[in-house]
Ligand binder design. Sequence first.
Ligand SMILES: [Zn+2]
Length: 288
Amino acid sequence: MKELDIDMAWFKRELKGIITTTEEKKEAPDGIWNKCPNCKKPLHYSEQVENQYVCHYCGYHLRIGSKEYFAVLFDNNEFTELFTDLTSGDPLHFEDTKKYTDRLKETQTKTGLKDAIRAGAGKIDGQDLVIACMDFNFIGGSMGSVVGEKIARSIDYCIANKVPFLMISKSGGARMMEAAFSLMQMAKTSAKLALLSQAKIPYISLLTDPTTGGVTASYAMLGDINIAEPGALIGFAGPRVIKETIKKDLPKGFQTAEFVQEHGFLDFIVDRREMKEKLASFIKMMAN
Ligand SMILES: [Zn+2]
């Protein structure tokens, strides 16, 4: 009988352990480990940082945001963030499952971002550079009026200060909730890029996984040099839509960076671990 009590005590103690709240569990910092989505091997957070967020087993390029790209590319992660006060309006009073204004507010709180793009001015290997980088976790990296406006202002800044411009795209396309206001950004950014080109200031476009829709159809493909990360999905419409339209099977690897390069739409595919060095040398080359 006594023995059983002891057993019960242990049993109860274990039970107690099971009801640890989620809050308590989070004592270990978030994201210490996560699995590579491609080879499923565990990746330690510090290893990810060291390897520029590329899986060191299989070379898969993890999806990262502006914070990580700035840290990977800017010297000592030093930069001045530009145009931080821009936020989206709701010109159409759009509502789907929730109001667009509520969706914006929620996403801002969840991500700590104002919209799907950030711009920063800093140095890469000692040379001045402005980087505008999209964030996919902000409503699918969708291109709305803030994205277009920040790109336009970044280009103005580059022209005024004679600084090269790097655009890092990662987007599902135009932002549905801003409808025609989104589509207008394609024309606006394209026109600004023409001015940059007239001013003979280099523009490098870096396409990352995924770059689709109106973004592919405008600024992402207009670089003096167009680069992509390996394995990135790049396309206009999704594969299923195309298949249904042309009523034919699509070739293998369709819409990967490698396929797009083979067909002449990309100049280079660059591993993220060599990205900074390559970009710096392109900029040096174009400055001469
Ligand atoms: Zn892997």
